[in-house]
Write a protein of this length. Structure first.
Length: 318
């Protein structure tokens, strides 16, 4: 699909992202590291039932770069079937090669994904022009919206630093998943491209991201503690910053515990507390240690108390 630069400050497709809290789903695996689609379906349905407003498939939390093309396609098809129109499904299609990303994007489109998302290609050092051409090749091959995924700690490239004007101006590009602590860069990017939706990617700075204009979130712990994210958003929207900061601290207690235990393995453990065992991360990602499991059990108990306390405060009009 050939597209031309946007000519105004609106985008008719931003409803896919605006105001939505997306769970970045883990990918359940069996003991032989094969993907467990039944467990994935249970997890997706559970998250939607509990209030998650979108599903993000095959990202960092989902070990996308450790999966085959076929596995990634199966995850999207399963997510779309389970969602059944209740929430949008956005699929990450980043890969080492442009050809693989195009195939993944076309497969996601065919499966019914509402949009696709991409990191810059990792490992090799590419210029911004190289990465922009990589993005453009995928964008031109599909008819669904595109979400740029900025995650500089993994790719070595900070999208908000500039050089991607030719991509961010395209009407098919509806937003940026900003998994970066550079909120100054995020605010400047929104100032230059007001038609874009800024989607926060670091759960631990959801409230600060809202303050600079984020209108959505995609995160590893969103599904695990969706009740807290929804409460924080409501408190922010009514202007109660002290109450919103309290919930952010509660969110961060869980984030801190998960990072200490190895965040991706911890995400599988914590996500499985409601739907059953989800397996371990695919090697070479490490497993969570016995000490880590012990600490995560304590974090889970604390999280349930935090959810109850937050609900009570909200009910009382806090």
């Amino acid at each position: 699909m050939s597209v031309t630069p946007a000519t105004n400050g609106t985008s008719p497709t931003n409803g896919i992202l605006d105001g939505r809290l997306f769970a970045a789903l883990v990918t359940p695996t069996r003991s032989d590291e094969s993907v467990d689609l039944d467990a994935f379906a249970r997890l997706a349905d559970s998250d939607i039932t509990r209030g998650v407003e979108g599903l993000y498939i095959g990202g960092s939390s989902g070990e996308g770069l450790l999966l085959s093309e076929a596995e990634r396609g199966e995850l999207t098809r399963t997510a779309v079937e389970v969602a059944a129109g209740r929430v949008p499904v956005v699929t990450h299609v980043g890969a080492l090669s442009t050809g693989e990303s195009r195939r993944l994007a076309l497969a996601a489109q065919s499966a019914g994904a509402a949009a696709v998302s991409m990191i810059p290609p990792p490992y090799y050092r590419y210029s911004t022009d190289d990465v922009a051409a990589h993005f453009r090749s995928v964008i031109d091959s599909i008819d669904v919206p595109f979400l740029v995924y900025n995650i500089p700690q993994f790719t070595g490239l900070e999208i908000s630093d500039g050089g991607f004007e030719s991509i961010l101006e395209l009407p098919q590009v509806i937003g940026v998943k900003h998994t970066s602590n550079n909120l100054y860069g995020a605010e400047r990017m929104l100032q230059r491209y007001p038609h874009l939706t800024l989607v926060n990617g670091f759960d631990e700075i959801y409230l600060p991201a809202l303050s600079v204009g984020a209108r959505g979130a995609i995160g590893t712990t969103v599904g695990i503690q969706i009740e807290l994210f929804r409460s924080l958003r409501a408190r922010f929207e009514r202007g109660d910053m002290d109450a919103a900061r309290l919930v952010q601290r509660r969110i961060n207690d869980t984030v801190e515990a998960m990072v200490a235990a190895n965040v991706f393995g911890a995400a599988k453990f914590m996500s499985g507390k409601r739907v059953g065992e989800l397996g371990h991360c695919r090697a070479p990602l490490p497993r969570v240690s016995d000490r880590g499991i012990h600490d995560l059990e304590a974090a889970w108990t604390r999280l349930q108390a935090d959810v109850e306390a937050t609900a009570a405060e909200d009910a009382a009009g806090a």
